[in-house]
Design a binder for this molecule. Structure first.
Ligand code: AMP
Length: 608
């Protein structure tokens, strides 16, 4: 038996495939570490032994997926069906499998134990390879229609019958969409740069390719097969979303002008849903800020694009804003969330129609505009958009006077906007980057915070009394883009209705971890830890220095971080934001500084 297994492995590597067990080893190392460097090292050594042919597949599998996110293809196996498949593969009854699941709280571990209890192994067990696992899961994902349940069951139980217990654990987690190893895209890019270009420094090239293609698998394959040259030839393409450029924040017009260094363009900042629109003749696809396909939610936006963009092929960005049918006024962002539904799309469209405010152009007729300066992009945008009642280009002014900026800001707020986004006239479109080429200027902070803050839930505390059975409070963290970590800033327990707590508790279940995520820096011990994924909106009275929280530690005072005083949940779960889109540590530092300035400012200044 053992000999056969060894022979199989050798055979497999010659065939340019890799035993799935190698991937499992990497998973085991990664789930047992709390150090980011070890995560990267595990990935590097895995990538080094992975044949090029299966590198793409392995990269998607690592992320618990089969394809890049934007294709929206899920493996889609339900838990009931998986329990049956485990039962077939292990010989245990479905009830016994279910009991294991209840006891362990994870179907993957239940599969592992079920197979461990198996008395006899089949003599003709096939060595599972990465391709075999990937292709079978792919077949499962593509099976639909009549008889598909049986077909899926056959495929999955077949796979599990050939798996050893540890393999079964990860196959099951992948199949039901709960692999969640928490490997950030940027960790994968680091690992690819080290494994195939020899140095982490080359990550920038990989990052650019990834930001333009949103496809880690493609980047992995390119670097391994054609080196940096192949990576650099990955281009912006219609139908494949570009990772969006993001804005930094400063608190005064004067600081913004100083930072940009002279003339800049200030545009209205609309409070709606960001859309990246890909137009290929009459074909229109719309991607959200998180790059999900949301075309089906917005048939009205599709029609507006078809009738008002004067270019055959283009990639554009706009903010879609809900408008009040009665008054024509812009409505707050929350209204738009009603448009994100599976059913009743037409009705929602009639109740909450949107207007589109365009602010950037990334490609026109196969020319990459991301590399061109803002002024050129803006000019082109104005050329190709036929402005109408519901389609506009975001209004702007070009100025180097802080007072003028302030006035424009007041006008923007009066017109129902959140403030301004001030842009560097010379900057290219920096895909995937949060940079000072775009700077947000929102409503002035008073001595109290009026702005909401979006934070990722990284931990929770069990509820007491009326809240028994759900979580009673949450540990929240800001995102630090400098080292790709989440740093705590608040423990919040107010503002939640009973229903909110139930919803959040249920939703967090899928992100539960046995220990703190290596990407989370916390000195506070939570009862339960989560992968940073769910973002909630909070308000607070002010930002204070804190000995316990890690956000902004050492930035204002040595040994102190930043904490929110009297934090309160606003009722908004920011499903439109990924954890990495949460308020950043830099933004918190900036907000803290601006508070101080306000306190120091004279009452007259505050009035102005
Ligand atoms: P925030 O979500 O607070 O980081 O602010 C940046 C967001 O503002 C972008 O992701 C867009 O969705 C939105 N936005 C609204 N108007 C504009 C504009 N004129 N230019 C760029 N972004 C805008």
């Amino acid at each position: 038996m053992i000999e056969t297994a060894i022979n199989c492995c050798e055979l497999v590597s010659h065939m340019e495939d890799l035993p799935y067990s190698e991937l499992v080893k990497c998973y085991e190392t990664m789930s047992n570490t709390t150090r980011r460097t070890e995560l990267t090292e595990a990935l590097v050594s895995f990538y080094k032994k992975t044949p090029i042919k299966v590198l793409k597949k392995a990269t998607y599998l690592n992320q618990g997926k089969l394809y890049p996110d934007y294709l929206g293809i899920e493996i889609g196996v339900g838990e009931r069906l998986t329990e049956r498949a485990i039962s077939i593969a292990s010989g245990l009854s479905v009830e016994a499998v279910r009991q294991l699941y209840r006891k362990l709280g994870d179907l993957g571990s239940a599969a592992q134990q079920a197979l461990e209890s198996k008395k006899q192994y089949s003599l003709y067990k096939e060595t599972l390879t990465i391709s075999k696992v990937y292709d079978t899961l792919d077949q499962i994902a593509k099976t639909s229609g009549e008889g598909s349940v049986d077909e899926k069951l056959n495929l999955l139980s077949g796979l599990l019958s050939n798996a050893d217990p540890a393999e079964a654990k990860y196959i099951v987690r992948t199949a039901i969409g709960k692999l969640r190893l928490g490997i950030a895209d940027y960790t994968v890019l680091d690992a690819l740069a080290i494994a195939f270009a020899g140095e982490k420094e080359y990550r920038e090239d990989l990052e650019r390719a990834y930001n333009l293609s949103s496809d880690l698998g493609e980047v992995a394959e390119a670097i391994a097969s054609g080196g940096l040259k192949a990576v650099r030839s990955i281009k912006i393409t219609i139908g494949r979303p570009v990772r969006p450029m993001l804005a930094e924040r400063l608190s005064s017009a004067k600081e913004i002008i100083e930072k940009i260094g002279g003339q800049c363009s200030a545009e209205y900042k609309y409070d709606g849903e960001r859309m990246q629109i890909h137009k290929n003749d009459e074909n229109v696809s719309i991607f959200s800020r998180r790059l999900e396909v949301i075309t089906h939610n917005y048939p009205d936006a599709v029609k507006l694009v078809q009738s008002s963009i004067k270019a055959d092929r283009a990639i554009l960005e706009c903010e879609a804003v809900a408008v009040d049918l009665q008054t024509g006024e812009l409505l707050p962002f929350q209204q738009l969330m009603h448009r994100r539904r599976k059913y009743g799309v037409e009705r929602a469209m009639e109740d909450i129609p949107v207007s589109l405010f365009f602010f950037d152009i990334l490609m026109v007729d196969d020319k990459d505009y991301t590399i061109r300066p803002y002024t050129e992009r803006r000019k082109k945008l104005q050329e190709i958009i036929e402005v109408g009642e519901r389609v506009k280009v975001a209004p702007n002014i070009v100025t180097n006077h802080p007072e003028e900026l302030e006035r424009f800001m007041q006008q923007a707020i009066q017109d129902g906007c959140e403030g301004l986004v001030v842009k560097d006239l010379h900057s290219s479109y920096k895909a995937g980057a949060r940079a000072f080429s775009w700077i947000k200027l929102k409503r002035e902070y008073r001595s109290e915070l009026t702005d909401t803050i979006d934070l990722a839930i990284v931990g929770a505390f069990h509820g007491r009394g009326r809240r028994t059975g759900v979580y009673g409070a949450f540990l929240l963290a800001a995102y630090d883009s400098e080292d790709d970590t989440f740093k705590t800033t608040s423990k919040v327990g107010t503002g939640f209705s009973d229903d909110d707590l139930k919803t959040i508790t249920n939703e967090l279940e899928q992100y539960k971890l046995p220990h703190r995520s290596p990407r989370v820096l916390s000195e506070m011990e939570a009862d339960v830890w989560f992968q940073p994924a769910l973002v909630i909106e909070v308000i607070a009275s002010e930002i204070t220095l804190s000995p316990i929280h890690t956000a902004g530690r050492g930035r204002i005072r040595q040994d102190s971080g930043l904490a929110l005083r009297f934090p309160k949940f606003t009722g908004n779960i920011r499903r439109d934001k990924a954890a990495e889109d949460a308020t950043t540590v830099n933004e918190l530092v900036e907000m803290y500084n601006s508070q101080l300035k306000k306190v120091e400012a004279s009452p007259e200044e505050l009035q102005r």
